[in-house]
Design a protein around this ligand. Structure first.
Ligand SMILES: Nc1ncnc2c1ncn2[C@@H]1O[C@H](COP(=O)(O)OP(=O)(O)OP(=O)(O)O)[C@@H](O)[C@H]1O
Ligand SMILES: [Mg+2]
Length: 261
């Protein structure tokens, strides 16, 4: 399964990607996290790695060369990419969780992020997963990635909604864009919920927009503290809530809990 985690900027996508990857690992899956956010650098820290992987953009000669190749039908030489084919410097890996990054904007005036969009789309299309493997994509904020077609080979989209009008509005647009991209499942998860009252108001707002939440993750001081200090996420209430949500997702996607060898 290839699942992309989308939503408004700052809604908690990277935190939830991290907790989902850890939950997948607990359920016996090999989780490949794909960092498709060209701005934020800290996902490797949230996941507990001590270095970031070399971006896949370097595998195709860097941004300049990628830009030149964009007029060609394909930018990656391989027809299929299996996890074992990814060179070690491009994937950091430990205990059933791997992390690859598409590319980062590091310099001023280096141009737009379109080449990264092209590479994300092609990498995800060519990525081949075995039965016990899942890819979880940490998307950039907003909806531009839909315009770039990054979701065309994604099976499921998980939209993170925080308690704000904009976040609800973006979720509604993502739901429609996901349908347009041929995605099978679109799920909504509420994040940073502060009380049961807030949870029911948010669910009411979702229903007005013909959406339903598959679960809620409450505001969790451990996430706040770990993010502030650049420490790994993984313990506490939000982690437990994410695993419960994950079990619902796996059941709906008809995937089994795996026994990893
Ligand atoms: N359940 C939660 N409880 C408390 N704080 C949270 C929770 N989820 C996320 N946060 C905090 O919200 C901030 C944004 O989280 P995160 O970086 O995961 O969001 P994002 O959607 O990936 O942001 P961006 O759009 O910049 O990539 C972080 O400081 C994080 O600690
Ligand atoms: Mg993020």
């Amino acid at each position: 399964m290839k699942i992309s985690v989308c939503g408004k900027g700052g809604s908690g996508k990277s935190a939830i990607v991290t907790l989902l990857a850890k939950g997948m690992q607990q359920r016996g899956y090999q989780a490949l996290v794909v960092d498709s956010d060209e701005s934020n650098l800290g996902l490797y820290r949230m996941l507990g790695f001590d270095r970031a992987p070399v971006p896949l953009m370097e595998l195709v000669g860097g941004k300049k060369s990628l830009k030149q190749k964009m007029s060609q039908p394909e930018v990656l030489a391989q027809a299929e990419i299996w996890l074992k084919d990814i060179p070690p410097e491009y994937m950091v890996e430990r205990d059933g969780i791997g992390l690859v990054a598409i590319g980062k904007i590091m310099q001023s005036l280096e141009g737009c992020a379109c080449p990264m969009g092209v590479l994300s789309r092609e990498f995800l299309k060519k990525l081949r997963l075995k039965e016990a493997e899942v890819a979880i994509v940490d998307m950039e904020a907003g909806v531009e990635h839909f315009g770039r077609g990054v979701e065309t080979s994604i099976d499921s989209v998980l939209v993170v909604v925080e308690p704000s009008f904009d976040s609800l509005e973006i979720a509604e647009r993502i739901k429609d864009l996901a349908i347009g991209s041929g995605v099978n499942n679109t799920w909504v998860v509420l994040n940073k919920v502060a009380s049961e009252e807030m949870d029911s108001s948010l669910r009411k707002e979702l229903r007005k927009r013909n959406m339903d939440a598959i679960g809620s993750i409450y505001y969790d001081l451990e996430i706040f503290q770990a993010s502030l200090e650049g420490h790994p996420l993984g313990k506490g209430r939000a982690a437990e809530e994410t695993v419960r949500i994950l079990d619902r997702l796996l059941a709906q996607a008809k995937l089994k809990v795996q026994v990893r060898h």
